[in-house]
Write a protein that binds this ligand. Structure first.
Ligand SMILES: *[C@@H]1O[C@H](CO)[C@@H](O)[C@H](O)[C@H]1NC(C)=O
Length: 193
C-alpha cells in the first residue's frame, strides 16, 4: 500500500512528465469537465451514496446542496470535514483542561496530536491541495489518512493496549467526522473515473 509520504515524493517525480503529457491531459481535462460540470441528479446521489458506510447519512449530506456538480460536492464535503475536525480539536482542548485523571489527560493529549496539524488537520490540508490539482486519486489517499488519524485517537495506535473507555462527547464527534470522510472517499472514487 502506498503511504501518503511516499505519494508526496512520487508527486515530485510526476511533475517532470507533465510537459510530455500536456496534450493528452488537455483531452482528459475536457472529458472530465464534460462529465463532472453538470449538477448531478438525485438518482446519481443515491447511486454514489450506496457505496458509503452510511448511505442515508450520505444522501442527507449531499442533498443539502442540490444544484452542485460532483466537483463542488467534493469541495463542500472537504469543508465540512474541516469544520468537524476544528470543532473536535476545540473539544479535546477543553477535555485536556478539565481532566483530573492522568490517564484521561494522556488520552486526550495523544488525540490532540492525532487531530492536529501533524495528524488529521495536516493531512486534510494536503488533501485540499491535491483536490485543487484535480488529483482525485490523491484526494482518496489523503482522506484515508485523515480517517486513520481519527481511528488512532479512538482505538489507540497500539493494538496490544485496550482503547481508553471514553465517556466524553469525543467518540461521537469522531464518529460523525468519520461518516463525513466516508462520503468524501466515495466522491473521490467517482471523480477519479
Ligand atoms: C460535523 O458535520 C456534520 C454535517 O454538517 C454535523 O451534523 C455535525 O454536527 C458536525 N460535527 C462536529 C463535531 O462538528
Amino acid at each position: 500500500m502506498v503511504t501518503l509520504a511516499q505519494y508526496k515524493n512520487d508527486g515530485n517525480e510526476n511533475e517532470n512528465n507533465t510537459m510530455v503529457c500536456n496534450l493528452s491531459s488537455l483531452v482528459l481535462v475536457f472529458l472530465l469537465f464534460a462529465t463532472t460540470s453538470y449538477a448531478i441528479p438525485a438518482r446519481e446521489v443515491s447511486t454514489i451514496c450506496k457505496q458509503a458506510k452510511d448511505p442515508s447519512f450520505c444522501s442527507t449530506l449531499l442533498n443539502s446542496n442540490p444544484n452542485a456538480n460532483l466537483v463542488d460536492l467534493t469541495q463542500y464535503t472537504i469543508d465540512i470535514v474541516r469544520v468537524n475536525v476544528t470543532n473536535t480539536i476545540k473539544l479535546i482542548n477543553t477535555l485536556i483542561a478539565q481532566s483530573t485523571d492522568p490517564k484521561a489527560k494522556n488520552h486526550y493529549k495523544s488525540c490532540l496530536e492525532n487531530f492536529g496539524s501533524e495528524g488529521a488537520l495536516g493531512d486534510l490540508d494536503y488533501t485540499q491541495e491535491l483536490f485543487k490539482k484535480e488529483d482525485y486519486q490523491g484526494v482518496n489517499l489523503g482522506a484515508s489518512s485523515v480517517l486513520d488519524d481519527i481511528e488512532d485517537c479512538v482505538s489507540g495506535d497500539t493494538p496490544s493496549v485496550p482503547p481508553f473507555h471514553d465517556l466524553s462527547k469525543l467518540p461521537q464527534y469522531a464518529a460523525i467526522t468519520e461518516s463525513v470522510i466516508s462520503v468524501l472517499l466515495v466522491l473521490s472514487i467517482n471523480l477519479g473515473h
